[in-house]
Design a protein around this ligand. Sequence first.
Ligand code: NAP
Length: 321
Amino acid sequence: MFTDNQDDTSKHSRVCIITGANSGIGLEAAKQISDKGYEVILACRSESRGKKAENDIKDLNPSANVKFMKLDLGSLDSIRHFVDDFHATGKPLHVLCNNAGLETSGYQQTEDGFEMTLGVNHLGHFLLTHLLLEDLKKTAERGEDVRIVVTASEVHNPKSPGGDRGVPAHIDLDNVMVTDPDSYDSWLTYKNSKLANVLFTYELARRLKDSGITANCLCPGFIPETGLLRDISMMRRFALYLVLPLLKWKGVVRTVKDGGETVAMVATDEKLKGVSGKYYVNTEEKESSKESYDKEIAIGFWKISENFVKLDEKYKIPAVM
Ligand SMILES: NC(=O)c1ccc[n+]([C@@H]2O[C@H](COP(=O)([O-])OP(=O)(O)OC[C@H]3O[C@@H](n4cnc5c(N)ncnc54)[C@H](OP(=O)(O)O)[C@@H]3O)[C@@H](O)[C@H]2O)c1
């Protein structure tokens, strides 16, 4: 934890929190955002990996203003502690990048008993966003550009390459979270968690309309060199090994630098100032899946998410009717 209480927030540069910033797309985005002069908080679950990321960024750019702070999105307690630690710094907040994500090979649970993929990729970020909203609102009330950015994925869309493999992504409001390890499908659960990211972003954008805070989501592209696929089954690893040359030849495979650029663009690009409720793939705005625009599912899912994380009334954001 670092403390830096200052009353005069105008002394600060723009501050960005990015989750999952010790690896892959998050680390690259953190570098690029700090290169633009932002103060970047690397919100990571492992102290050693988080500090290494901090040092790696400073080695590349000694004037980078980056700092690790501990955040485990698989623990509601850790999320609350992270927010307390952030508040203790006295810093304002301009950009929140909900980027961390994982795909597990088998059924796992978070500390609070949620299925791990939905728990980390959606529920952890859902709580984090609510607990940081007052900070974002305060910055927006000063007329500053304030953004929430969510790293989703094209695979949320059953019509996309990859998204069309296996059972299509769907949020079933009667059965949002897998609880039976025997029926666990890691690919479907990951796709559902990414659909959850898009539904959440659009509903957030609707609820925050006229608040001065924007909410957008993105797909960074298919980037097999990150750590995301580290836990996939041997069978999927082998299938990927077979198709990778073809995908590279077709130009589908992107680099970590490209993926980081997409996050950094949505987080900082001047031309996106005031733009909200959009989905970007690589650097282009794109339509997301049909279901991701379903307001009834979004509102029902929001309510269920509030109940899962036991959201205190004072943090609730009313739905727009
Ligand atoms: N790579 C792709 O092809 C691709 C495509 C579309 C979307 N995405 C999305 O891009 C985002 C970043 O993934 P990536 O590809 O860069 O993979 P990555 O290298 O594995 O990075 C994922 C990050 O999430 C962090 N994380 C995982 N569980 C966490 C937890 N409980 N609490 C806090 N942080 C946690 C990881 O931290 P640890 O090091 O501690 O595990 C890591 O820093 C994800 O949301 C992913 O769904 C990736």
